[in-house]
Structures are given as C-alpha cells and as structure tokens.
Design a protein around this ligand. Structure first.
Ligand SMILES: CCC/C=C/C=C/C(=O)SCCNC(=O)CCNC(=O)[C@H](O)C(C)(C)COP(=O)(O)OP(=O)(O)OC[C@H]1O[C@@H](n2cnc3c(N)ncnc32)[C@H](O)[C@@H]1OP(=O)(O)O
Length: 297
C-alpha cells in the first residue's frame, strides 16, 4: 500500500501539496513542465510524428486545458512543440479519427458519427480558449492545418524567423472545421487576407505573420523564443490571478459581442471581483511600492 515518508508526515502542508501533485494527470502526447512558479509549459510531444494530431492528442489537448483551468498552481501556460517543427496538423494515418469515412455504413449513420467527432475535436481546441489562464503559443518551423487551429485558440502567438503557417485543409478536400475560419479573421483583422490564406493554403512566412498581426514577435531560434515567452508568462503570473483571469474571460466575451454587451457583462463581472482581496492587496502594494502577494485561484 502507498505510504508517505516519515518526514512528510510531520508537515501537514507538505503532505497536502504532495498528494495534490501526485494526482496531476500525465499524458501520452503532451509533456507538461513548470519552468517558473505558476508558469506551466505544455509541449506537443509526438516529435517522431512531427506532432501530427492523432485521436489521443486531440482528446489530451481538451483534457489538459480543462484541467489547467482549475489548477490553482497554474496561472499562465506556454504552448510549444517538441522536435523539428511545431505541428504537422491532423495525423493523416490515424484511422481512429478518419476510419468512419472508410467504413461501409449508410450516409445518415456516417453523418451522425462525424457530427460527434467534429463537435468533440472543436471542443478540444476551444478548451484552450475557455481555459481562463492566458495561453502563449510559441511556434518554430512549420505550423500546419490543425496546428494553426490550435494557435488561433491561444491568447498570444510568437514564432521563430524560420516559421511558416499554412491553413492546409483545402488541400486535403476539407473546409477547416475546428476554429481557424472563425478565429483567424478576427486575429489578423483582415477578412480578405484570411480568405486568401484559407482558400489557397499558401504558406504564410514569419515576416508576413508578424506584419499581419498573427504573431507578436519573431525570434532567431527556439531557445531564444522560449526564454522570452516564459519570461512574459512569468510577468503575467506575478499579477493578481483574479485580474488576469477576469481580463481573459471579458476579452473573449467582448470579441464575440457588441461593445455595449461587453460593458454590461463587465459590470456584472466586476461587481463581484472588485470585492476580492486581490483588489485591496494590489492597491496597497501600489501605494507602498511593495511587491503584492496574491493567494492561489
Ligand atoms: C474532424 C477533423 C478536424 C481536423 C482537421 C485538421 C485538418 C488538418 O490538419 S489539414 C493538414 C493535414 N496535414 C498535412 O497535410 C501535412 C502534411 N505534411 C506536410 O506538409 C509535410 O510533411 C511537413 C511540411 C509537415 C513536413 O515536411 P518535411 O519535408 O519536413 O517532412 P516529410 O518528409 O514530408 O514528412 C516526414 C514524415 O512524416 C509524415 N507526415 C507528415 N505530416 C503528417 C501528417 N499530418 N500525418 C501523418 N504523417 C505525416 C510523412 O508522411 C513522412 O513520413 P515517411 O514518408 O514515412 O517518413
């Protein structure tokens, strides 16, 4: 039977922390590390498959971001890919995703299964947007198909100078269905360019991705990028989690609603959140010029 070491039993807080840590999930296709307090680093971890998204990866992305949403040790998330490129998109050899199309069943039955599959895969990526912790994506080399759908659901995007992006779906006979058609035009603010990229599947190079606002900054290489992106994530993680998470929720809401609807939602949000200790602590710290301390959320 599992038993705790004697030294741990002496310290109740440490015991609670150890038990909590031991219940954190682990994944087959994702790697999670904690480079700084409150900063989590999620990596797509199928490097030998160019991080192509098989069914396991789709489900794990959804579960991971749902879990991180309620993980009070996590305040910001850096998302990158292991191996030689960020992501090759849908795993085209994965029959557990695409097998439905091959099976000999009636069109209505196939459609019913496909509806469920598409809905599930949409939800898995929307979990990135629904997670209240800011997600900073860091792309090196190629970001193809499903990969660009992933980063479109993230809060911020950074890339290396050699990176390129491709909304590849039309090339495999598919209208992209997991978020890029909806999110990309809003991110880059040009419906015309978004349509060109989605209709032609042309490769968008890093310089142009910077110019059109898809990414915030370019870096010489992946190491330099991760070091800077982790430091931005750390800067955010030092702030009140009540303020940062509220800002994300309200900005996502505001993107999809009128200014007045956004302001109305903001009133309701802050009539609760301004009562939080964080508000008092942050103002006190500003006045005393001391570093504020915020409890976990
Ligand atoms: C309900 C569904 C919702 C989801 C929809 C999502 C749709 C999409 O993601 S559409 C896009 C799908 N992805 C692709 O079409 C990418 C195809 N791959 C490439 O363009 C290139 O491989 C890539 C630019 C990523 C890398 O090129 P590079 O020259 O560096 O390597 P390759 O020699 O081409 O590839 C190496 C081996 O990896 C295999 N591979 C690459 N991509 C995939 C993939 N997406 N799925 C499965 N396997 C992939 C490639 O076949 C090579 O294998 P091997 O010949 O055995 O070495």
């Amino acid at each position: 039977m599992f038993s705790l070491p004697r030294t741990l039993l002496k310290n109740k807080d440490l015991v609670a922390k150890t038990l909590k840590m031991s219940t954190k999930p682990s994944y087959k296709t994702l790697s999670i590390t904690v480079p700084k307090e409150y900063v989590y680093h999620v990596e797509l971890a199928r490097p030998d498959k160019l991080n192509a998204m098989n069914a396991t990866m789709w489900h794990e992305i959804g579960n991971c971001f749902e879990n991180l949403d309620s993980d009070e040790d996590c305040r910001t998330i850096v998302l990158s890919g292991q191996g030689r490129l960020f992501c090759a998109g849908l795993d085209l050899s994965d029959t557990s995703s695409l097998g439905i199309l091959m099976s000999e069943v009636d069109v209505a039955r196939k459609a019913k299964h496909l509806l469920k599959l598409i809905e599930k895969y949409q939800d898995c990526l929307t979990a990135i947007e629904k997670c209240k912790k800011p997600v900073l994506s860091a792309v090196h080399s190629a970001c193809v198909g499903g990969g660009i759908n992933i980063i479109a659901a993230a809060d911020m995007r950074y890339c290396t100078k050699d990176a390129w992006f491709q909304v590849k779906e039309v090339d495999i006979g598919l209208a992209a269905d997991v978020g890029v058609l909806q999110r990309l035009p809003r991110i880059i603010g040009s419906d015309s360019l978004a349509r060109e990229l989605c209709y032609t599947a042309r490769k968008l190079p890093a310089q142009e991705a910077l110019k059109c606002g898809l990414v915030s900054e370019l870096f010489e290489d992946k190491d330099q990028m991760l070091s800077k992106v982790i430091s931005i994530a750390d800067e955010i993680a030092q702030k009140s989690p009540v303020a940062v998470q509220g800002t994300k929720v309200c900005m996502v809401y505001g993107r999809d609603h009128s200014v007045q609807e956004g302001l109305d939602q903001m009133k309701l949000w802050n009539q609760l959140m301004l009562q939080s200790d964080d508000f008092k602590n942050a103002i006190g710290a500003q006045l005393s010029k001391e570093k504020p301390v915020f409890s976990k959320l």
